[in-house]
Each structure stands twice: as structure tokens, then as C-alpha cells.
Design a binder for this molecule. Structure first.
Ligand code: PMP
Length: 405
């Protein structure tokens, strides 16, 4: 059965408000998605009926909060097809998760070792590795992928016996390219490298199976998959998590402390210092339940059809440079020679159309494309064909109005 986004609209009341007297057309989902009522209710219910610190008190509310909190870990393990719930570490988001790994693996790197990333990375999956390379004398190498996700010639030699860490995104946030992840992971594993997959742009669209992917680490943020901000996940295999040196220490992550020494706790607590974001964890589990209740293949096909519809319409227009591949899963990224991106953005905004203009935290990729930035429309489960058309109509009006040629 075809996916019907109109059935989901009532679950997202934020979308029914006007923006400057126009219907709000929210197409900035790659930055953050809106949250369904189930997520809002879960957070409110937690504060109304279950607020207490977890793992600490021996009282009614503390037990209730702890049960909900650990049940959420179970939900996430199931959502990602992780073998054990202790392999799920709560973080603030993808950025913090990548930093935890980059700091935690510092001790395995020696001068001359290599950290390999791709040319499509978000700064969150670039800067932590670059800084790690600076600290250790390791070399940061960049696997050149074309903007359509294909290999440039002679790629295999980038994976060498010096490759200690390979970290790559599943989907580019800036241009929507899907990377050849399984092939890359296989090559990295043949060299015995630690592997990290940045799933920030994938989890809202694709069902994820970390066991099948067989990566050492998988990271994402809750707010890009209908969950709250300030919560994300670091999944890791047991041995990979155990190798990490905790980059934060303090309460919760310890078993016994004396003035002379500290015995760290077991996983997952060993990597979770301090009072966690309990409401975020509970909200994120509700977002997973929301996504799991959808027909995921029909949802993905719907989102792809929206991206494809916009791509095809704009392709027919003259003067628009499309930077996304034609089969992009979830977004369309473009620029218009002779028209400033921020002017386009401002015009779209004045008509209630929310998109994103800029470099999308991917300066090296923008340089590869030869642009200073792009205008990005990104889709989610609640977007309709009418909204996709409205974006195209308003964009075309804006170009007519602003083109100074
Ligand atoms: N990786 C990718 C591919 C992203 O799109 C983003 C967010 N734009 C991040 C990492 C960082 O996510 P966060 O800011 O939520 O930590």
C-alpha cells in the first residue's frame, strides 16, 4: 500500500501553524525533524509521573525512572539490531559520540598511522579526526568520492596496513549522496582498522542493522529522527567499546573510588559519566517506537519519490545547478549561478518555505563542488507532494525575481 503522509500530519501539530500567513512548508529535515505527539507526551509524562535521578535512589520514583531509562536502552538496541543493550551508550548526539571515539582511541594510534575518512564528511566526522591526527602524529587521509558517491580511480590503495581508523558517513547531509558503505567497511576491516559509521542522515530513512553492517561503532543524533535534541547514541561492539578510554570521568561511571585509584564500572555505564539526559533518552525511545510503527519501505519509497519529483522538475528548469545525485534518497541540493543563496533562502522563507542555505558544515565538500554553499530541501515522513511542488514553484518565482542576468 502506498504511504500516505496526510495520516501523519495530525501527529505533528507544529506543522499546522502558518508562517507569515502562508502554510508552513517545512523542508529543513536534514537539520532537524519535527517531533510527533508521542515523543512530546513521553517527555511530559516522564516529568509528570516519573521524574527522579536514575540508578541512585532506592525509592519508588527512582525505580520507575531507572526502569524507563533502561527499557529505552533495550528499545534502541532492538531498533539498531544490536546484540546487547549494553552496547548502546547515550551521548548528546552524533558529534559527541564521534568525539568520544576519537578521544577514546587516542592510545591506539602511533606516529605514521592513518585515519581514513571520505570527502563527503560533515565537519563532525572530520574535525575530531583531524585534531586526533595533530595530537598523535597520525596522518588524516581522505578517500575521494565523487558527488554521486562513486569512487575516483585507484581508491583501494587508500586502505593500507597503516589504516588504524576508518570513519565515514552513510548519507551526505549536504548533497544526499549514499556512500558505498559495505564495500568500504570490508576494505577497512581487511586492514584491521577500527570502523565508525556516521548514521546521522540515515536512521530516519533506512532501517539500520548494525550487526549486518558489522562496523565497530555506529553514531547518530535523536533530533534528526523525530526525537528530542541533546540526545544521541554511540553503538559499539563489546571489544571496541572496551578499548575506548573514557573521555569523561566522574559519578555513575565508577565502581569504587579511593583517593589513590578508581575502578571503572562495566559497560555501558563506564562511558556515561554524570547524570544522563533522562528525558532525552525516554523521548528518543518514543521516536524509535514511532518509526518502527511505520511501514519503513513504503516510507522510504515516499521520501525518495518526493526528492525525485523535485529533482526532475528543477532539472527541466534552466539555470539551476543540481548537486545531488538524481537518485538521492532524501534531499535536493542546488545552487543558482547569478543568484545569491541567502536571497533565495530569504524569499522562500517569506513565503513560509523552510529550507537551508549554506555550506552545511561541509567546507571541503563545497570546495570539491566549486561552490560556497548550496540550497537544500530535505524531506521527512510528513511531507506531501503539494509541499514538494510549493518549494519548486516558489523557488522558480524567486529565481525569476532575483536573477540579475
Ligand atoms: N553527521 C552528519 C552526517 C550530520 O548531518 C550531522 C548534523 N548535521 C552530524 C554528523 C552532527 O550531528 P549533531 O550536530 O546532532 O551532533
Amino acid at each position: 500500500m502506498a504511504f500516505d503522509p496526510s495520516l501523519l500530519r495530525p501527529l505533528f501539530p507544529i506543522l499546522s501553524q502558518p508562517a507569515y500567513e502562508h502554510p508552513l512548508t517545512y523542508l529543513d529535515n536534514a537539520a532537524t525533524t519535527q517531533k510527533p505527539l508521542a515523543v512530546l507526551d513521553a517527555i511530559q509524562n516522564y516529568y509528570r509521573t516519573g521524574n527522579a535521578n536514575v540508578h541512585r535512589g532506592a525509592h519508588f520514583l527512582s525505580d520507575r525512572a531507572t526502569n524507563q531509562f533502561e527499557h529505552a536502552r533495550h528499545t534502541l538496541a532492538h531498533f539498531l539490531q544490536a546484540p546487547e543493550q549494553s552496547h548502546i551508550i547515550w551521548t548528546k548526539g552524533a558529534t559527541e559520540a564521534i568525539n568520544m571515539v576519537a578521544y577514546g582511541l587516542e592510545h591506539v594510534l602511533a606516529k605514521g598511522d592513518e585515519i581514513l575518512i571520505t570527502s563527503l564528511e560533515h565537519h563532525a566526522n572530520l574535525v575530531p579526526w583531524q585534531q586526533l591526527a595533530f595530537r598523535t602524529g597520525a596522518r588524516l587521509r581522505v578517500l575521494p568520492l565523487t558527488s554521486s558517491g562513486e569512487w575516483e580511480a585507484e581508491f583501494a590503495h587508500y586502505f593500507s596496513d597503516r589504516t588504524r581508523i576508518f570513519a565515514a558517513t552513510q548519507i551526505s547531509n549536504a548533497i544526499g549522496t549514499t556512500t558505498p558503505m559495505q564495500t568500504m567497511l570490508d576494505l577497512a576491516k581487511q586492514q584491521g582498522a577500527f570502523t565508525l559509521v556516521d548514521g546521522a542522515q540515515a536512521v530516519a530513512h533506512y532501517p539500520v542493522n548494525v550487526s549486518e553492517l558489522d562496523c565497530d561503532f555506529y553514531v547518530f543524533s535523536g533530533h534528526k529522527m523525530y526525537g528530542p535534541t541533546g540526545i544521541g547514541v554511540l553503538y559499539g561492539k563489546q571489544h571496541a567499546l572496551e578499548v575506548l578510554i573514557p573521555y569523561q570521568t566522574g559519578g555513575e561511571m565508577v565502581r569504587h573510588v579511593s583517593h589513590q585509584a578508581t575502578e571503572f564500572n562495566v559497560l555501558p555505564y563506564r562511558l556515561e559519566a554524570g547524570t544522563p539526559n533522562i528525558e532525552g533518552v525516554i523521548g528518543l525511545a518514543a521516536a524509535c517506537d514511532f518509526l518502527s510503527a511505520q511501514d519503513r519501505s513504503a516510507l522510504l519509497a515516499w521520501e525518495q519519490s518526493l526528492a525525485h519529483h523535485v529533482y526532475t522538475r528543477l532539472h527541466k528548469e534552466g539555470g539551476i545547478e543540481l548537486h545531488s545525485p538524481e537518485n538521492s534518497t532524501t534531499l535536493v541540493s542546488l545552487s543558482v549561478p547569478n543568484v545569491h543563496l541567502l536571497d533565495l533562502n530569504a524569499y522562500l522563507d517569506s513565503q513560509g518555505v523552510a529550507v537551508r542555505a549554506g555550506s552545511h558544515c561541509a567546507h571541503p565538500l563545497m570546495a570539491q563542488l566549486g561552490v560556497s554553499g548550496t540550497l537544500r530541501a530535505s524531506f521527512a515522513c510528513y511531507n506531501t507532494l503539494k509541499e514538494a511542488d510549493r518549494f519548486c514553484d516558489v523557488l522558480i518565482d524567486a529565481i525569476d525575481l532575483l536573477n540579475d542576468e
